[in-house]
Structure formats: C-alpha cells, structure tokens
Design a protein around this ligand. Sequence first.
Ligand SMILES: Nc1ncnc2c1ncn2[C@@H]1O[C@H](COP(=O)(O)OP(=O)(O)OP(=O)(O)O)[C@@H](O)[C@H]1O
Length: 243
Amino acid sequence: MTQGQPILHVESLSKRFGGLVAVNNVSFQVLEHEVMGLIGPNGSGKSTTMNMISGALKPSSGAIILKGQDLTRKKPHEIARSGVSRTFQLVRILPELTVLENVIAGGVFGHARRWGKEVETFAAELLARVGLEGQSGKPVSALTYIDQKRLELARALASEPEVLLLDEWLAGLNPSELTVGIDLIASLRQEGRTIILVEHVMDAIRSLCDRCLVINSGARIAEGTPEDVLSDPEVIRAYLGDG
Ligand SMILES: Nc1ncnc2c1ncn2[C@@H]1O[C@H](COP(=O)(O)OP(=O)(O)OP(=O)(O)O)[C@@H](O)[C@H]1O
C-alpha cells in the first residue's frame, strides 16, 4: 500500500537510568501505512524506546507526537486510547479471561471503544483474522505459545490502533511457526496498518520492513531500506562487535 503522511513524530527522545543513557537523542517519524523496523544489537535501547512510546516509561527528555497529540507525559491507558497499542516481548494476556474475552477487553479499553454485541462480533472476526477461529471459549492456558502470540496480536488490533508496536513478536517461534508468523505480519502490512517492529529475525526484517532505523548504544546510526542498512559497514560492526 502507498505510504501516507507522517503520523508519529519522535523528537530528540532520551532516557537515562542513573548514569546510563539508554536512549540518546533519537528522532524519527513513522509514515501512515508503513512498517518501520527499529533494529539494533542487544541492549541498544529498542525496548526502552518502545516503552516510552507506549507510556510504560517516562522519557527523560524529548517528545512523542501522534497525529498532533502530545503523548509524551501521558499514562499507558491514555496512550492506548489515543491510538497506540502494543504486544510485549513476553506475552501478557489476562489468564482469568477466555480467549474471546481477552480480545473484547482490547476493544472496550482501546482507541475505538466498542461495546456490547458489536465488540463481541468484532473480536470474533479478529480471532479468525489471526488464525484462532473456533478457540473463543477456551481458557488462555489451553493455548499453545504461538496461539498466545496470535491472541495478543488480536487484542492489540481490537483497539483499532493508529500505530501498532510489535516488540519481538516473532521471538521464541520454531522455524515453521516463524514462517506462519511472518506471513501474518505481512498480511497486516498488506492491509495498510502502521507498524513499528522491533525484531532480531533478519528474514523478517528483510521481508516485512519498508524502512529501518538502526540504533546502537542508544543512538541512531543508520536509516534506510532493510537492504541498505543491513549492508552498511557501521551497522554490521555494531551487530558483530568491534572484534
Ligand atoms: N529499568 C532499567 N533500569 C536500568 N537500566 C535499564 C532499564 N531498562 C533497560 N536498561 C538498560 O538500558 C539499555 C537499553 O536496554 P533495552 O532493553 O532498551 O535494549 P534492547 O535494544 O531492547 O535490547 P534487547 O534486544 O536485548 O531486548 C541496556 O543497557 C539496559 O541494561
């Protein structure tokens, strides 16, 4: 799908933990309908950046603007309402609710705020969309790992986000599940969703991202197509280490 206007502006974002600068003056924009990869070696500041965008962490300085709304000092539920939803590196679903109820929760508390029968129908459609048809009434404990990941994705989609944050959504999948997972994210891209993808799986980055921002030690070191950034000597050095 053709990419649109900038929808999310991240401006001079920094996060300090005591003496450690985890994210150092990082700026970028995300265009409507694009999948932007946020990549970099372990400990480079990717999760910290995602946590600031979703409100789990307060930035030390800088700004996060979604369609003209300043999200910088907002709480996580306010940011979700404003149109940012996410999945977590370690799946977080509500264990006491059924599969369907988990997705309904995403719809009721999310950006679109649907209610009643409407949210139920919508949640059931999303379950089918992510490959969980027929599993609605199950307790979440009955789901396999990949199905828990599908559920978390359905819940994030239920809020009808303007921007979807996928934080290592593919982590922990076996090779055949990985193919299924990449196809599922590819289908979201096809629909024109706007996504920030934090990912270590290079095949996924290559096939899914329209553009990548590379950070190392908290600072931006490259930006461009996956092909360009992954052949950039500075990026290769960052991934492989100085040795
Ligand atoms: N709550 C915290 N308190 C102190 N230091 C932290 C905290 N969270 C992250 N850090 C540090 O900030 C730096 C960036 O961490 P972050 O988790 O953002 O990296 P990452 O790129 O997501 O890594 P990975 O790919 O391993 O998930 C690391 O040095 C990490 O140890």
